[in-house]
Design a protein around this ligand. Structure first.
Ligand SMILES: [Zn+2]
Length: 433
């Protein structure tokens, strides 16, 4: 099947950040050409001068946590987890997880996200829903050794994680991976074994790191070392490691991360909402060369899966923290949401820019709106002015997932109804005790 987007303003996000006015032509899921001469195609999309750019890459989320959106706002992280989130998660069955996954997928696709990196439980169900929705994703099966997931301890889960990794190893869009929750919830052995699985099956070891000051100080008090050092010492810090948050890092720790080739996911909206205090050291991480992407975190701590909001928040938080408007300029931030995220997930050869040979994951942005007019610099417009509802088209692997007619792969109204029902069931008080 071939697809042609005609007459677009194309932000290629290639090595030279070329902007091209013309067409983009896709065959069998891959970009074949970008330029002036438009070939014939099975599907033709008239861009009429709107912005065509790579799909956004969300490097850290808990997809089905949308079921708990707005349930337990305005609480500190540990209180929020132990009094609201963990008791409700105990009631999420595999079938309920499917509904939460579809809810999250609706939001991602509608908002122009074409690749996501997940961490949650009942991951085989989420992987199946992601596959059916047509999105690209790395499905991190959340692991914990302290009984904080309804699936039991991590050591009993690793064989199932490996089976899931094998199942999707050759899939064109879906990969599975181990996602040990954090140093304070998982044994060293779980991290070591997860690293082995990632080396064997090309996975991404996805974990939370240095999110709060308490996490860092309590680990230091208990273990005599900070969480990053714990990971390093058990062989879990490498080119297949993705560290979510990293809000409390020293300069030396930034050096340790880049020395091992590990990647970082920056989640400023969630950090600010949970008041974690630490601001990820963006200029230092960029200078270190460590792969860096943006994430939303789960919708329970954000409360959206909105990568446009993540971009703008990233720009604002660092400008403000450093008293320097140049510290996170629009092009740098757009890079993080596209190329940077692809590199952080080990997908840089496939996605993250629009170039012949890469997979056709792309979005079209509506520009004929008051908040998008006038347009001097399209990159600036995407980062500072655009919002997720400006996405007019989402394509993954050459397939249209969303356009003016709505969602093509998910029943939107049915899913919204089911999600409300499931959310009410899992948050209802138990009265029969
Ligand atoms: Zn998280």
């Amino acid at each position: 099947v071939s697809l042609l987007v005609r007459d677009a303003l194309i932000l290629t996000q290639d090595e030279h950040r070329r902007q091209v006015r013309g067409h983009l032509y896709v065959e069998d899921g891959a970009i074949v050409s970008i330029g002036q001469e438009a070939p014939e195609a099975d599907v033709v999309i008239k861009a009429q001068g709107r912005i065509l750019m790579p799909g956004l890459i969300n490097t850290h989320t808990h997809l089905a946590m949308g079921l708990l959106r707005g349930f337990g706002d305005d609480l500190p992280l540990m209180e929020w987890l132990s009094t609201r989130i963990w008791p409700a998660e105990d009631k999420i069955t595999p079938e309920r997880m499917r509904v939460g996954a579809r809810l999250g997928l609706l939001e991602l696709i509608r908002g122009g996200t074409t690749t996501f990196n997940d961490m949650y439980f009942h991951e085989p169900e989420t992987a199946d829903e992601a596959d059916k929705a047509g999105i690209r994703g790395i499905l991190g099966w959340g692991l914990s050794d302290v009984g904080k997931t309804p699936e039991g301890q991590a050591n009993t889960r690793l064989a199932a994680v490996e089976q899931l990794m094998r199942k999707y190893r050759r899939h064109p869009r879906i990969r599975a991976s181990p996602a040990p929750h954090a140093v304070y919830t998982c044994f060293d052995e779980t991290f070591a074994k997860s690293a082995e699985l990632c080396a064997k099956h090309e996975g991404i070891l996805h974990t939370h790191l240095h999110e709060t000051r308490d996490e860092v100080y309590e680990t230091e008090a208990k273990r005599g070392k900070r969480p990053l050092k714990v990971l390093e010492d058990c062989g879990a810090l490498g080119e297949r490691t993705l560290l979510a948050h990293a809000g409390w890092l020293t300069k030396a720790e930034v050096g340790t991360i880049s020395k091992h080739g590990a990647a970082v996911s920056h989640n400023p909206t969630s950090n600010m909402k949970l008041a974690t205090g630490g601001v990820m050291p963006l200029p230092e991480i960029l200078a270190s060369g460590a792969p860096l992407g943006l994430g939303t975190d789960g919708a329970a701590s954000n409360n959206r899966l909105d990568m446009f909001e993540a971009m703008k928040t990233t720009a604002l938080i660092h400008k403000q923290a450093r008293w320097d408007p140049k510290v996170a300029d629009a092009q740098t931030v757009l890079d993080l949401a596209t190329r940077g995220g692809a590199d952080a997930l080990g997908l840089g050869a496939l996605v993250g820019s629009l170039e012949p040979g890469k997979r056709a994951d792309l979005i079209l942005i509506e520009t004929r709106r008051a908040h998008m007019t006038p347009m001097f610099n399209p990159v600036s417009q995407v980062v500072y002015s655009a919002q997720s509802s400006d996405v007019a088209l989402t394509v993954v692997e050459g397939q249209v997932l969303y356009d003016a007619e709505g969602h093509h792969t998910i029943d939107e109204h049915g899913t919204l109804r089911e999600a409300q029902d499931v959310a009410e069931s899992i948050t209802a008080e138990d009265h029969h005790s």
